[in-house]
Design a binder for this molecule. Structure first.
Ligand SMILES: [Cu+2]
Length: 254
């Protein structure tokens, strides 16, 4: 699968979550979008805001910093550095338009980086690739408003067990959801990738169930054999009691 295919695929799967979460888009100066700092990622990893917007970097797990690369912010932009914190949050107001790349001091070496695009992309960050990790392209960020971690063109960054186990599950890409930041629009939470795969697994489960159901009820001889096969498999897995097995076997044989 190529990167772009993969992205389309994930986007397609994620559509349900986006639709149910309402509009996602560029944060206006009246909103305070939140970037979660977890182990070891920023989420969303890419954020587009209007000039004058205050962004809140909030600890979700672990100890991190949000620290601007001095040479990867607009020439007139204000550098920011939360210092390493293990609780609470840090806020920075982005006034000058352009592209701001930032990193986590303790986890820069394992690729904990992020990007904020203020208004139009621009500045030195657009001239060279980011050195310590991957961020989505500014075009993607502007187009989507917010790019959740793990859902970016940059692919899968490093992620600790803590992050993997934290959320996601069978929610079909819902991930953790936050009602604060984007005025209830819900920036896709961490674990959205996991959620997507959970949703996919759930979907496959449903598809499998449908096939099973069809083979079970299909009276035609041709399907009886496969139905019997499925029955034996289920029995072998211990999903059916002896009684159930005998009963269903009889039904199939009739
Ligand atoms: Cu960190």
């Amino acid at each position: 699968m190529t990167e772009s295919n993969r992205r389309e695929f994930l986007t397609l799967l994620g559509t349900g979550a986006v639709a149910s979460g309402g509009l996602t888009g560029t944060a206006t100066a009246q909103q305070t979008p939140v970037v979660e700092m977890g182990n070891n990622y920023f989420d969303p990893i890419g954020l587009h805001v209007e000039p004058g917007t205050t962004v809140r970097f909030e600890i979700a797990a672990g100890a991190h910093s949000a620290t601007a690369y001095e040479d990867r912010i607009p020439t007139d932009g204000t550098p920011f550095d939360s210092g390493t914190i293990s609780s609470g949050s840090f806020e920075h107001t982005f006034e000058t338009p352009g592209t701001y790349d930032y990193y986590c001091i303790p986890h820069k070496t394992i690729g904990m980086v992020g990007r904020v695009v203020v208004g139009q992309p621009g500045g030195p960050a657009e001239e060279r690739p980011i050195p310590d990790g991957d961020v989505p392209s500014s075009d993607t960020i502007v187009e989507r408003g917010a790019v959740p971690y793990g859902d970016s063109s940059s692919g899968d960054g490093p992620r600790s067990d803590d992050g993997m186990m934290g959320s996601g599950g069978m929610g079909g890409g819902m991930g953790r959801r936050r009602d604060g930041g984007m005025g209830g629009t819900g920036i896709g939470g961490g674990g959205s990738l996991l959620g997507v795969f959970g949703g996919l697994l759930g979907f496959l489960g449903i598809a499998g169930g449908a096939v099973y159901w069809l083979t079970q009820r299909g009276g035609a001889e041709s399907t009886t054999d496969s139905a019997m096969e499925v029955l034996h498999e289920r029995y072998a897995r211990g999903e059916l009691s002896d009684e159930e097995f005998d009963e269903r076997k009889k039904q199939l044989e009739d």
